[in-house]
Every structure is written in structure tokens, then in C-alpha cells.
Design a protein around this ligand. Structure first.
Ligand code: AHR
Length: 502
């Protein structure tokens, strides 16, 4: 029998969890927009053409911020194409994903949609084919009240009030050779700095995210971060991280251990930021925006076979299975473990494209397996993340050693008087007997123990079987004084919700 222990103390805090840790991402890619969030003519569409069945599921996730419009797409994006009368909008060859972009849905429509989704907009500017001028103009269009060319143009387009978009990304993955307008760190650092200056001169209240590396595996990592921050440190608030994992070689023990790599990635970026902070004798701390993260590999082969220049073809439509949900749970725990520095994150993406929500165009919408750990963390993981002192047996794989079977963290929600323990049992054969010592919390009682488990690691939800993998709350955790005991099913995601007795 595998036994593990987690000790938490309400005074041993990591940091306040910024609600924007539970952000997501909508790119003009595949069916994320067309057939995803927007489908006029669908039986659930509202007068704006937004699918309300999808909106309801987005609301279940309580997504506080959504990044838009890319991704690789943004590096060829002319924002002016996407505003104004729809009939006059230009159709464009979209070079990042080799499709036709009709621009029927654009920036203003996305702002409208975000309001209905109870979400803020995280807007990215094009630093691939464009630069400083387009960047300042879109901030003026979006945020300036009135009395200038672009703010008056917004008003003419029917939006009297400024959009007040607070968070802006300075381009996307500019270190990647696949990026339209790919740059060296020096080239990007310079243009990001100049764009940052004029964007903030246009609206001093905005916050900016500079591009970090596209993944831990980039040959320029972490020199890229150091060079970019050398240029931009005083002008941006966040540095981005992106990371996707796959299990193409069907090595699930290694796959489930990837979140330990994510820990190291975050810690290396933190160290690089702090090195530049020291070099600049700065008092400012750089925060991290993990604005693309997920599992991504299932759709790679089918995507290679797609014909180019289609409108909204199915692209990156990963069908997620149970083990993917477990890694997504571990990745969420990894970010919570660094809640003092990771202040924003975007599950990439939200609908159809490597997404927790899938739709059939003209048909139903359903929740993929990864929907559940993301929803649980977003709904119950608000408050203060506590240091998880974990004692667990470990395993080794060829690639990653010292992998604890137990992955876990606790979040203390003082407002609600609750503590929530998130835990993954990485053991594929055995249940794990967990003991959580809540020490300083005093008497607690169990609210519920939610479990996501499956008899098949490869089980997935589909239109025909939308609830094949779904959580239940019959987990069986017990509380005695300040001690919680629970048997965590093999290969399971667990949410143990506790009420603190006053
Ligand atoms: O999210 C899909 C793609 O992954 C994004 O467009 C890009 O930024 C990343 O490489």
C-alpha cells in the first residue's frame, strides 16, 4: 500500500492566488471562434451570433481573463481589418495556420463576448509584421475616451465607452522560427521596449506582458529572457511562459511527471528575472504570465493532412483522455506552488482548439476530461496557496527521477472559511492512503471529496458519450480533529473541501 502525508499550516503561505491564474485563450485558429464561441444560425446563438451553450460552459469554468486574438495568428494580424462594418471587412490569407480569415468576428465582438462570459480581455499586439505604430493605435482605439482619430473611430463603430482593456501582450512567441516576423532577443527586446513606451504613453493604466521563451526546450532559453528583460524590465509587469506536453510515446509515468519540469521552468524564469532585477539595482519584482499551457499532441498527425486556405477548418482538435486530465491537474498544482510569482496563466485554449470545451458545428457542446480539474481549481482554488510539505514514496523513469506519487497543494479561502486540498495520485496501479495534517486550522469538517477517476487512462468524452469521464463526490475522505484521511484511487484527481469550524 502506498502511503503519503501532506502537512499544511495557515501561517506557511506561498502567496495570494491571483484569480487571473485561471485565465484561458481564444485564438483565431481552427474552430475556436467560428463554430466555437461564434456561430450565427446555431440553435443556441443569441442575436450577436454567440453560442449560449458554449457561454454557459465558459461561465462554469469562471474564467476571469481570456487572451486574444493569438497566438501565432497575432503576428500577421491587422487589427483594423477586424473592426467596423462587417460587410466591408477584408478577407485575408492567414499565414500562421494557412487558412482564410474572414474577419466577420473581430476585436469589438470579442469585447462584447467577454462581457457576457464575465471575463476580462488580455489583448495581444502584432510585433511580427507590424510594430510600434499599430500597437499604440489599437490602445488608442480601445482605451482612449474620445476626441482623437482612433477613439472617435471606435465611437463611430458603435462603442461610446472605451473598452478599458488593462492587460496587453507584446507579441507572441517571438523567439520561435515558426513565428511570422521571428526576431532575435535583441531585435525583440528593442521593439518591445519601444512599443511598451508608446502604449503606456497612450494609456498609463495598462499592464504589459513581454514574450519569454516558447518552451523550456528552446535553444535560446534562458538567455532570451535575460536579454529581453535587459531592454524591457522597467516598462513591463510580466514575462510570459508557454509550455505544452504530450504522451506520443505512451510513457504515462513520465508524462504525469512533466509538471516537475514545469516547476523547474518557472523557477529558472524567476531566477532569470531576479538576476536582471539585481543587475539593474531595481526594487521592482517581475511577475510571470504562464499564458499558454496544456497537453497538446493528439491532433498533430491529422493537422498535417489538412488542405490550406479553408475557413475555420478543424485544427488542433485534441480529444483529451483521463491521463491528460491528471497532468492538467498536476500543472495547475505546479502554478499554485508558485502563486507568489505566477500571477496570470491561460489554459490554451478554451473552445475546440486544444480545449476543455468541444462543439460540433451546428450541433452539441460538451466538456472534455480536462474541463474538470480546471473548473475545480478555478472555482475552489481562490485564496492563499499554502506550502505543501509532502512526504511521499517516489518513482523513477528513464527521463525523470524522484517523482512523488502524491502531487498536492492546499488553498485557504479566508473569506469563505474553507481549505481545499487538491491532490493527484500518480500511481497507476494502487490507491494512495493520504493523511493531511491541518495543524493550526483547528477543527474542520468535510464539505465534499470530489474525485475524477476512470477504469481506463485513455477514456475520453465525445459527442456520443459526453459523460464517459466525469467527477463524482463520493470520495470518502474523513476528518478527525485536524487530521484528514482519504484513500485516493489509482490515477485520480481529488478535491477535498473542508470547512473550518470557528
Ligand atoms: O495555442 C496554439 C499555438 O501554440 C499558439 O498559436 C502559439 O503561440 C503556440 O505555439
Amino acid at each position: 500500500m502506498v502511503k503519503a502525508k501532506m502537512t499544511v499550516d495557515k501561517d506557511f503561505t506561498i502567496g495570494v492566488v491571483d484569480k487571473r491564474l485561471y485565465g484561458s485563450f481564444i485564438e483565431h485558429l481552427g474552430r475556436a471562434v467560428y463554430g466555437g464561441i461564434y456561430e450565427p444560425g446555431h440553435s443556441s446563438a443569441n442575436e450577436a451570433g454567440f453560442r449560449t451553450d458554449v457561454l454557459e460552459m465558459v461561465k462554469e469554468l469562471q474564467v476571469p481573463i481570456v487572451r486574444y486574438p493569438g497566438g501565432n495568428f497575432v503576428s500577421g494580424y491587422n487589427w483594423e481589418d477586424s473592426v467596423g462594418p462587417v460587410a466591408e471587412r477584408k478577407r485575408r490569407l492567414e499565414l500562421a495556420w494557412r487558412t482564410i480569415e474572414t474577419n466577420e468576428f473581430g476585436f469589438n465582438e470579442f469585447v462584447d463576448w467577454s462581457k457576457l462570459a464575465n471575463s476580462e480581455v488580455m489583448m495581444a499586439v502584432n510585433l511580427g509584421t507590424r510594430g510600434v505604430d499599430a500597437a499604440r493605435n489599437i490602445v488608442e482605439y480601445s482605451n482612449h475616451p474620445e476626441g482623437s482619430y482612433y477613439s472617435d473611430l471606435r465611437i463611430k463603430h458603435g462603442y461610446k465607452e472605451p473598452h478599458a482593456v488593462k492587460t496587453w501582450c507584446l507579441g507572441n512567441e517571438m523567439d520561435g522560427p515558426w513565428q511570422i516576423g521571428h526576431k532575435t532577443a535583441e531585435e525583440y527586446g528593442r521593439v518591445a521596449l519601444e512599443a511598451a513606451k508608446v502604449m503606456k504613453w497612450t494609456d498609463p493604466t495598462i499592464e504589459l506582458v513581454a514574450c519569454g521563451s516558447s518552451s523550456l526546450g528552446m535553444p535560446t532559453f534562458p538567455e532570451w529572457e535575460a536579454t529581453v528583460l535587459d531592454h524591457t524590465y522597467d516598462h513591463v509587469e510580466y514575462l510570459s511562459l508557454h509550455q505544452y506536453y504530450g504522451n506520443a510515446d505512451q510513457d504515462t509515468p513520465t508524462f504525469l511527471a512533466r509538471s516537475l519540469e514545469m516547476d523547474r521552468f518557472i523557477e529558472t524564469v524567476m531566477a532569470t528575472c531576479d538576476y536582471i532585477k539585481a543587475k539593474k539595482r531595481s526594487k521592482k519584482t517581475m511577475y510571470l504570465s504562464f499564458d499558454e499551457w496544456n497537453v497538446w499532441y493528439h491532433s498533430n498527425e491529422s493537422d498535417k493532412k489538412l488542405d490550406p486556405w479553408q475557413i475555420a477548418p478543424p485544427q488542433l482538435e485534441d480529444v483529451y483522455n483521463h491521463e491528460d486530465a491528471l497532468l492538467v491537474g498536476c500543472m495547475l498544482i505546479s502554478m499554485l506552488k508558485h502563486a507568489d510569482r505566477v500571477k496570470m496563466a491561460c489554459l490554451a485554449q478554451l473552445v475546440n482548439v486544444i480545449a476543455p470545451i468541444m462543439t460540433d458545428t451546428g450541433g452539441a457542446a460538451w466538456r472534455q476530461t480536462i474541463f474538470y480539474p480546471f473548473m475545480h481549481a478555478s472555482v475552489f482554488g481562490r485564496g492563499t496557496a499554502l506550502v505543501p510539505l509532502i512526504q511521499s514514496p517516489k518513482y523513477d523513469t528513464k527521463q525523470i527521477t524522484d517523482v512523488p506519487y502524491l502531487e498536492g497543494i492546499a488553498v485557504h479561502n479566508e473569506e469563505q472559511g474553507e481549505v481545499t486540498v487538491f491532490a493527484v495520485n500518480r500511481h497507476l496501479e494502487d490507491a494512495l492512503q493520504l493523511e493531511v495534517d491541518l495543524r493550526s486550522f483547528g477543527q474542520c469538517s468535510l464539505l465534499e471529496h470530489i474525485v475524477l477517476e476512470s477504469d481506463d487512462l485513455k477514456a475520453a468524452n465525445t459527442a456520443a458519450q459526453p459523460n464517459r469521464v466525469a467527477p463524482h463526490n463520493r470520495g470518502g475522505a474523513e476528518v478527525s480533529g485536524t487530521l484528514v484521511t482519504a484513500s485516493l484511487a489509482k490515477a485520480s484527481w481529488n478535491v477535498i473541501r473542508l470547512k473550518i469550524q470557528q
